[in-house]
Design a protein around this ligand. Sequence first.
Ligand code: SF4
Length: 440
Amino acid sequence: MSVKKISFKIGDLTIGGDSPILIQTMCNTSTNDIEGSVKQCEDVIAQGADLVRLTTQGVREVNSLAEIKSILRGKGINTPLVADVHFSSKVAIAAASVAEKVRINPGNFAKEHSQALSEFDIFISECKKYGTAVRIGINHGSLGERITNLYGNTPKGMMMAALEWMDMCIERDFYNVVFSLKASNTVVMVEAYRLLMSEMVKRELIFPIHLGVTEAGCGDTGRMKSAVGIATLLNEGIGDTIRVSLTEDPVNEIIAGKMIVEKCAKIRTENRLNNYVKCVDNQIYNANSWEELIISISCDYSSLLLDKKIDDFKFKASINGKELSEKEINDIKDDLLQAARRRFTKPEYISCPGCGRTLYNLQKSVEDVKKATAHLKGVTIAIMGCIVNGPGEMADADYGYVGEGGGKVTLYRQKEVVARSVPEDEAVEMLLKIIESDKK
Ligand code: SF4
């Protein structure tokens, strides 16, 4: 069987095939804030971002993106820019002439499949004209209604959605496409990508894959969830670009992303040299930082935990020669077992990284909600940056806290609105009351 791996250029970079894994992030500035966005692009590029995505919810933002691009190019910075489009085919078509790559979420590209087809035709012909690449970004939380009715909100549904759009690209003789199948649940995410890869191998045509655990949150748990999902797949040879999605400064996403890619390269080399997959239990780590340590451990144990090959694990660790306490070791174990969805000892938080659509202080809200709900073991709470995409992307959260802008928040019980326009300074308390009253 001769499997063809597709690769193509995005700006000066090559994506796919046997090219190096590219690390990307997304600005959380408003794209219309030209100065702020240019500065953030420069910051993440200085840290090593290979591609930078910016939100383009309207044609005005596409024009701003053009301006940002021209300023960066004027400074000699050639990093490819990606336009993030959700709902509007008109915006995607406009962005195709500006960005090096356009990310669309087909789940909300168009309600009617026939309408989507004609819009897609125009979009693809624009991409061909300008040499623009595309990412078809399927998200577990926003699979279209048609796909959900056919296959459920499942990894298979995600894979089938990707295949439909893949076929549409092939029919149009368009191959500059990357696919992503993100979920905040690491088990769902890994299964969806594995299904897609095995289907592409069967078809003998492998498109580049972008990996990410979406709405992974922040801090240790955000890093560990991302590392578990991304490393499992990278270690199987799946993935050409990655994004570690954190509700933090985008610079931090690049730092964590580089650590995951470097660690996985080491794991793959060791496995190749030893010609077997190393048994990693009882590992001894000596890391340079806490972050490096938790990412390294997560990458080592990810697939063993996800695939239920082990139920628990032991390790010893020190940071710059200082040994970790038993409590620190147990905290890492608890977080990792939860990231791999094997044992839940804490609440589960889903939070988006925020982007140009965010109209409130998302990072502070995440901290406040976490502080107030830390005792609610087993409850899943989503804290999302915008009212347009947030509710759809919350996937299977028990409760949602979604910023409306203007200092107001909407609270959800699963997908149902429980309170609208709650002042921000009252919202955490109200959320807690709702959860407590449900528990009673
Ligand atoms: S949910 Fe978050 S990341 Fe997604 S569009 Fe809204 S603010 Fe941006």
